[in-house]
Design a binder for this molecule. Structure first.
Ligand code: F0G
Length: 396
């Protein structure tokens, strides 16, 4: 089953592996886990080769928390976020069912992913995004893939309500938000990959939570492997929300969510019940992390682990550091933090908030929400001269 999917993909049974060339490639999550996907054998699979992302040991974080910490680097997906795992399935189903186009509400990553997979499938794509609140790289992706972009004067929750209504009124358009069960089935693949690679489930799994589809999907994935006898134990699921957008932590929707982590700037998660089930069945928790904690983890990941993520992704690591400091993580546990989106998605935050040391504290738009944010030192301008370079580097 999974082992076969990970094995060599040879063009003929007699092909001999070449010593100079990798003999196989990752086939995308539908082919890798076909028996677990709601996709019929005769359907055309719409894939960009998503999934198969690195499960990377994080030595600095491991030292900090006294555990074996791994990062599931889902920014390494084709459009730079975990959304691709679900989008391959949602768009495959939409195409098979005769949809003319796909539609979604998004804080940015879902729209980038939907736009790319729709382009691949030859379907139209429309995205509803909160005006002025999506990171530049994500908008660029939706533009590049030719999506129709509607900037709504409202937040993500307003966009989702509008998208749901539009899809219900005009069924030729398939809704590809995570309220679509195909998305959840696809995103569960990340849990399968982690278990396949570790040979077990982690003790603890940390995730950023916004609309709560991903924590719902991971839990479904772990549960499926457990009931099939592929893993003996289930992980505890820890879901972290930004302090200004933490409805699950407060137990009530938030009317005006605010956070620098725009991807999780959500006040009324659609998969609320799924997230609560994941927490309760796993003996996990929800907690809030401040924008400052998010940016500290963001900088730690890029400066110490070499992993560049977008701010929302750093919420999982910020949360781990917080609960570990509070004594809630026993030493020696096996911990996985999913980092959900690539740092290039949000170049503005990278340039304004990359460094604390040597940077100046500023009070600009970046300090919205009460976070202490620091500017990166300006790049140095140097003459095209070897001596000037050596001197600027402190070598001469
Ligand atoms: N991390 C990133 C980078 C995201 O883009 C999102 C959600 C999450 C975490 C939270 O995942 O919603 O399943 O709890 N982004 C959605 C979007 C809402 O529209 O791109 P969740």
């Amino acid at each position: 089953m999974q082992a076969a999917a990970r094995g060599p993909l040879s063009t003929s049974p007699s092909a001999t592996p070449s010593p100079t060339r990798a003999p196989w490639r990752w086939p995308g999550v539908i082919e890798a886990y076909r028996e677990r996907m709601p996709v019929r054998p005769d359907w055309q699979v719409v894939t960009l080769g998503e999934g198969g992302t690195p499960l990377l040991p994080a030595p600095h974080l491991s030292d900090r928390v006294g555990c074996a910490v791994y990062l599931k680097v889902d920014g390494a997906n084709p459009t730079g976020s975990f959304k691709d795992r679900g989008m391959t399935v949602a768009v495959t189903v939409a195409l098979a069912e005769g949809a003319q186009g796909v539609l979604c509400a998004s804080t940015g990553n879902t729209s980038a992913s939907a736009a790319a997979y729709a382009a691949r499938a030859g379907l139209s794509c429309a995205v509803l995004v909160p005006r002025g609140k999506i990171a530049l790289g994500k908008l660029a992706q939706a533009v590049a893939h030719g999506a129709k972009i509607l900037q709504i004067d409202g937040n993500f929750d307003d966009c989702l309500e509008l998208a749901r209504k539009t899809a219900a009124d005009y069924p030729v358009t398939a809704l590809v938000n995570s309220v679509n069960p195909a998305r959840i089935a696809g995103q569960a693949s990340a849990a399968y990959e982690i278990c396949d690679e570790l040979g077990r489930a982690p003790d603890l799994h940390c995730l950023p939570v916004g609309n709560a589809g991903n924590i719902t999907a991971y839990w479904a994935g772990y549960r499926a492997y457990h009931s099939d006898g592929l893993i003996a134990e289930l992980p505890r699921m820890f879901g972290f929300q930004a302090a200004g957008a933490a409805p699950l932590v407060h137990g009530a929707p938030v009317t005006n969510p605010e956070t620098i982590a725009t991807a999780i700037r959500i006040g009324a998660p659609a998969s609320w019940a799924g997230a609560v089930t994941a927490r309760d069945e796993s003996g996990g928790l929800f907690a809030a992390v401040t924008d400052e904690e998010i940016l500290t983890a963001y900088r730690l990941l890029s400066a110490r682990e070499g992993v560049f993520v977008e701010p929302a992704s750093a919420a999982s690591v910020a949360g781990l550091l917080q609960v570990s400091a509070a004594g809630k993580v026993p030493a020696g546990e096996l911990v996985v933090c999913t980092v959900t989106g690539h740092g290039l998605k949000d170049p503005d935050t990278a340039l304004h908030a990359a460094r604390s040391e040597g940077g100046a504290r500023i009070d600009s738009a970046w300090s919205e929400g009460g976070a202490r944010i620091y500017t990166a030192p300006d790049p140095v301008v140097v003459a095209a001269d070897a001596n000037a370079v050596a001197s600027a580097l402190g070598l001469a």
